[in-house]
Design a protein around this ligand. Structure first.
Ligand SMILES: [Zn+2]
Length: 1023
């Protein structure tokens, strides 16, 4: 699966913060300072609760509520909690105290009562401790925390459920599914039947499998061709499990076939078998049904063994109206005309695959196709957008050819369909033979930018790589999801760099590594290979650690091997485990076998997959002696894991230095294995740059003098270092300043050379950090400082910005610089930029039917246009009429950046009401609004007030919910906001408090506070 983030820039990474101010400036400033944009009279109606909270102070009402909760808990649980309540209230009613403040000696009666109370408390504590972790209901212990096994799960009918683990037993395995489905696009329901052929591996009386939200009816069951009636079917809903109970034991080696009929509503979320719609050019609403099963939703479409290592073959039949088409993983074998205009399509029996890869679609799509070595590649879209699929077809064919050659295993199916779905939560999904995409990730036309084209290409490359990594060879369990996603992410960059070098995706990979390190430096991160079991844990492992960090450590491994060895290792792995499932070790073992250093790769790579975080290498040079020290890069101490500081990595330290800085001939490599090591080098050098081109997943601290040497080098002759290394130095020094290891002054000093920088990655990395700091300062209400910061940033990039043209010329890097620099100049109110953008918007406004803006500058022009009432209205109209999803995305961001909060609130509400905007627009709107001073509190308030709807629509833990949580909170930097975010999520209990993204949000706010407390003075000095 490819996640879809709300903008194409790296996710907001987390800042470090602290201030020299004792008080919380924004608590008062929001009340007395005028906002940058004057509020309209109507705006008062929409004052977000968050802003009221800030103006009031610490939100007394919320505290009162918490105290009340605390007190009622105390009443329920006994006096042990009462003292806590009383201390919260500073109320002495439960503590005897003399008026002079000294304690009186307790009486014998008091001592007796006290001892009795202590005894009761101890007894209650022991009972609670030793009880099974159950929630008692009238049905008994029927729901527990997912990670704890209940002793006796109770089925929905009150009987004991015969299985006690969230994972299915391995005593029965599925071999073949025959599935027949009939989705009804009028009643929005579906019904069907599944016949599952299973092999009995161990004697058992029960077959346990998954089903969720389906009405079930067991139609027949056979054991070795003999009818054998099932005595009963039990269901345990918390784990989506059903048990087919036989009257007598099934014997090892027997074959069992069970046929089950089922029915349900088509889902109105974006997972399972769900309904979707679009409006055609005539304004008619057209309905369709599509699937998204990864990770846990196949069970909502048909009963199945819904875990990745239960691979089986699938024969699928779909009934549809004659004026629709149906698609599934395999080519269509034949179709039968039934009755009343209903047609049944039958697809070929599938290759052996996991349930999460099964897919089917019923829609009225059109397609174009092309043949490649016996595989028919087709791209589908709604009829009105069929003219936007040509590029995707061309790119798919080229990339398929690349993978067939690189993996030396031919794509095994006769067809490969790529389908653009109007409502699709992820970026894309790699269903075998039927890859589904969000429209913006597959369609491309003349209104799209080169960056849009790059995104389409990369997403296709990612999903095609999955046809091998994921589909042909699959991780055994979601704990090793990175084997799917890390590899697909790595291959997407590698394959596109080879087949479409003009798209310069290696630069994106570099930026992706910065992003992954920022996320991995938080305590809320996790090892690449992590134990997961609950649905939320499984959903949340689809994150940048599995994707980008996974890809990054593969790049690091590749940089330690020859190209051929790396490729041969991959081929060996794929061939050995073809159609099977794997764990981490299997990959390292295959990679080790192609080199003469058996097991060294395995030993090295394990240190990167089973440990959370990454190392910081501190280098100390003393003449010819160079000392290295490695430690865990930890932004804040994890109180739950004190041993993590003992982590050790095997680090391939690469370097170049002043005596030889030729990248192709002078690369030094040293494997750092221990906590500290010292080496002697042939000669003293003026400067050294470690971690060449940021190929390794570690940070380097050069010490005060080492950094000074590098800063001098950048100022004197920055071109001696590659632009990747310059970007790396910027990224590293800002990260180290977060840790307090390098002063913010030194970090800012390093950026002074940027006045002569012309390459995109260093410029974009610096803009990212400046922008985040600027927005934190602005949202603290520190207008003077924010104003000076704007001027400084504009002057730093002034020369480069002045050189930007308002057209579509140049390389991809030129496009990227143009888009970013013009957007930042206009956002920071640069007069020349604003005038040019207003002029272009005005020209476009009067002749938009005949004129197209240069694609690269559209975002900026729309952003400026949306600042006025009239411009906003015109853009809204354009949004509702445009057939280009890429363009709509740019308009949506501009509309949501409006200073008019009435309009913003209306937009957010409209997504839920299903008006002009759709629910899937909400994450983009929230993200854009969260970046603005006028909108960020409204965005957060909206999230709080609509949290139940958000998690119902997008699923707890999904990357959409991860994005919403982190993006709407990542620019908070006050204790009031910290308290509010903590209190809100704590109150959600199992509807959010357990999420990793919530831990990340809270940790980020704390780091923001810390950074502001520490660095504002130095920042002010630099300006
Ligand atoms: Zn993927």
């Amino acid at each position: 699966m490819e996640s879809f983030h709300t903008d194409h820039t790296p996710l907001p990474r987390n800042m470090i913060e602290n201030s020299m101010f004792e008080e919380e400036p924004d608590v008062v400033d929001l009340a007395k300072e005028p906002p940058l944009y004057p509020l309209e009279p109507d705006d008062a109606v929409y004052e977000p609760r968050s802003s009221r909270l800030l103006v009031r102070g610490l939100g007394e009402n919320e505290l009162d509520e918490e105290e009340e909760d605390c007190e009622s808990s105390a009443r329920l649980l006994g006096m042990s909690f009462m003292n806590r309540t009383s201390s919260l209230r500073n109320n002495s009613s439960y503590i005897r105290q003399e008026s002079n403040g000294s304690c009186s000696f307790p009486s014998a009666r008091t001592l007796f009562v006290g001892a009795f109370v202590l005894l009761v408390v101890a007894t209650v504590a022991m009972v609670i401790y030793f009880l099974p972790k159950c929630n008692f209901t009238k049905e008994g212990c029927n729901k527990t925390e997912h990670s704890v096994e209940p002793l006796y799960p109770i089925s929905t009918n009150g009987k004991i459920f015969p299985w006690t683990n969230i994972r299915l037993p391995r005593n029965v395995i599925p071999v073949q599914y025959d599935i027949s489905l009939h989705p009804n696009l009028t009643t929005m329901t579906f019904n069907g039947s599944v016949s599952i052929k299973m092999k009995i591996l161990e004697e058992t009386r029960n077959i346990i499998l998954h089903s969720s939200g389906l009405s079930l009816n067991v139609k027949s069951s056979k054991v070795e061709e003999t009818h054998r009636k099932i005595s009963e079917m039990l269901e345990y809903k918390p784990w989506n499990q059903i048990a087919l109970v036989f009257p007598e034991d099934l014997q090892k080696g027997q074959t069992c076939i069970v046929e089950i009929e089922f029915s349900a509503n088509l889902s109105d979320t974006y997972s399972g078998f769900y309904k979707s719609s679009y409006k055609n050019k005539n304004g008619e609403i057209r309905w369709l049904a599509a699937t998204q099963f990864e990770p846990l939703a196949a069970r909502t479409a048909f009963p199945c063994f819904d875990e990745p290592d239960f691979k089986a073959t699938f024969l699928i039949k779909i009934k549809r109206d004659a004026n629709y088409i149906s698609l599934s993983n395999m080519p269509k074998m034949h179709f039968n005309e039934l009755h009343d205009g209903i047609v049944e399509d039958e697809f070929e029996n599938s290759v052996k695959m996991s349930t999460y890869l099964v897919a089917f679609i019923v829609a009225d799509f059109k397609y174009v196709s092309k043949e490649l070595n016996g595989t028919k590649v087709s791209v589908y879209a709604i009829p009105d957008k069929i003219d936007q699929v040509e590029y995707a077809l061309k790119a798919s064919v080229k990339l398929l050819e690349f993978y067939n050659g690189y993996f030396q295993i031919k794509y095994p199916l006769q067809k490969l369909d790529l389908v653009a779905i109007p409502d699709f939560q992820a970026g894309a999904m790699e269903n075998w033979g039927l890859i589904t995409f969000r429209e913006a990730a597959l369609l491309y036309d003349n209104t799209s930018t080169v960056l849009d084209k790059q995104r389409v290409t990369v997403v296709i490359a990612h999903e095609l790589a999955h046809q091998w990594f994921g589909n042909l060879v699959t991780m055994e369990w979601w704990s090793d999801l990175w084997l799917n996603e890390g590899f697909a992410t790595f291959m997407e960059f590698m394959s596109v760099q080879s087949t479409f070098p003009e798209l310069e995706v290696n630069d994106d990979f570099l930026m992706a590594r910065f992003k992954a390190m920022a996320k991995d430096s938080l305590n809320s991160s996790h090892p690449i290979s992590s134990s997961v079991s609950t649905p939320e844990e499984i959903e949340e492992i689809f994150d940048s650690v599995s994707y980008e960090k996974g890809a990054s450590i593969l790049l690091m491994l590749k940089s330690c091997m020859s190209e051929d060895d790396f490729q041969n290792g991959i081929i060996k792995y794929l061939k050995k485990y073809e159609n099977g499932n794997t764990k981490n070790e299997d990959l390292w073992e295959s990679m080790s076998k192609v080199t003469d250093k058996t097991s060294s790769i395995s030993r090295m790579m394990k240190t990167w997959t089973v440990q959370k975080g990454f190392p910081l290498v501190t280098v100390t040079r003393n003449g010819k002696n160079v000392s290295f020290q490695q430690e865990y890069f930890q932004l804040s101490v994890d109180p739950k894991n004190s041993t993590i500081s003992n982590s050790l990595w095997q680090i391939p330290l690469t370097s170049i230095n002043s005596t030889c800085s030729n990248y192709s001939t002078c690369k030094n490599v040293y494997m750092l294995r221990y906590k500290t090591e010292t080496v002697t080098v042939p000669s003293e050098v003026e400067w050294v740059k470690y971690n060449i081109n940021k190929d390794g997943f570690y940070l380097v601290d050069y010490g005060n003098s080492g950094w000074s040497e590098l800063i001098n080098l950048l100022n004197k002759n920055h071109s001696l270092l590659s632009y990747q290394d310059r970007a790396c130095l910027i990224s590293d020094i800002f990260a180290l300043s977060r840790l307090g290891r390098v002063s913010i002054q030194q970090a800012l000093e390093l950026t002074n050379y940027l006045t002569v920088e012309t390459n995109a990655p260093p410029v974009l990395e610096a803009i990212f950090h400046f922008n985040r700091i600027y927005r934190l300062v602005e949202k603290r209400g520190l207008w003077m400082l924010a104003g000076r910061m704007k001027l400084k940033i504009l002057s730093l990039f002034g020369n480069l910005t002045d050189k930007q043209t308002w057209n579509n010329d140049g390389s991809l890097a030129d496009h990227r610089l143009r888009s970013s620099l013009l957007k930042i100049a206009c956002t920071y109110q640069h007069q020349t930029c604003l005038e040019k953008a207003r002029h272009l918007f005005s020209t476009w406004k009067t002749s938009r039917n005949n004129m197209s803006l240069p694609a690269d500058v559209k975002s900026t022009v729309f952003f400026v246009g949306a600042m006025s009432e009239e411009g906003w209205d015109i853009l809204l109209q354009e949004y509702s009429e445009s057939m280009s999803d890429a363009e709509k995305h740019k308009i949506l961001e501009a509309l949501a950046s409006t200073p008019n909060t009435t309009k913003l609130v209306w937009m957010m509400q409209d997504t839920l009401n299903g008006g002009i905007f759709r629910p899937l627009d909400l994450p983009t709107i929230l993200s854009a609004a969260s970046k603005t001073l006028s909108g960020y509190l409204y965005a957060w308030d909206f999230v709080k007030e609509n949290w139940d709807l958000i998690i119902e629509k997008f699923h707890l833990g999904s990357f959409t919910v991860q994005d919403i949580v982190t993006q709407t909170t990542c620019e908070f930097s006050t204790k009031a906001h910290l308290l509010e975010v903590e209190t809100f999520f704590a109150s959600q209990k199992d509807k959010g408090s357990q999420l990793r993204s919530v831990q990340e949000a809270i940790e980020t706010i704390k780091l923001n506070i810390q950074w502001m407390d520490t660095n504002l003075k130095a920042l002010s000095g630099w300006l």
